[in-house]
Write a new protein. Structure first.
Length: 141
């Protein structure tokens, strides 16, 4: 059992590396996988900086650095709460939404190529297994 778990852990890290390599742009061109994951989360949640740092599992100063880069590119904006100026929400801009859509389409194309070697039943089984792992994890938290 322990060997199987070690194998699964290794495969998960290898898969993460493959996805990151396939989506990381050449130096100086485009955004990193982390930046696009950040954009996706911001679009869904309009988070506070602390919430974003918690989601990304990084320190608040590291999250601020990511947001600074995205803000400089025009992809996100910091919006002060009209009732409490201490509260700053991060929101995605139209430009950020367009970049996110382009990146998502790129990911879909790459994933389609990666999954070609699997049958439709194997693809469904993979989706079901990943969903179940996420569901179990969420119910334990």
């Amino acid at each position: 059992m322990r060997n199987r778990i070690n194998q699964i852990i290794s495969l998960i890290f290898t898969m993460r590396q493959l996805v990151q390599e396939q989506t990381t742009p050449k130096k100086g061109k485009g955004f990193s996988f982390l930046q696009f994951n950040t954009l996706r989360y911001i679009k869904e949640r309009r988070p506070l900086m602390k919430d974003l740092a918690d989601y990304l599992m990084i320190t608040p100063p590291s999250a601020t650095s990511i947001i600074d880069t995205l803000a400089e590119s025009g992809s996100v904006e910091r919006m002060r709460d009209p009732e409490d100026r201490r509260i700053v929400r991060i929101v995605i801009t139209k430009k950020g939404e367009e970049q996110l859509k382009k990146f998502t389409n790129k990911m879909v194309d790459r994933m389609r190529k990666n999954l070609k070697s699997l049958t439709k039943n194997e693809q469904q089984a993979l989706a079901d297994i990943l969903s179940k792992i996420i569901e179990v994890n969420n119910s334990n938290n």
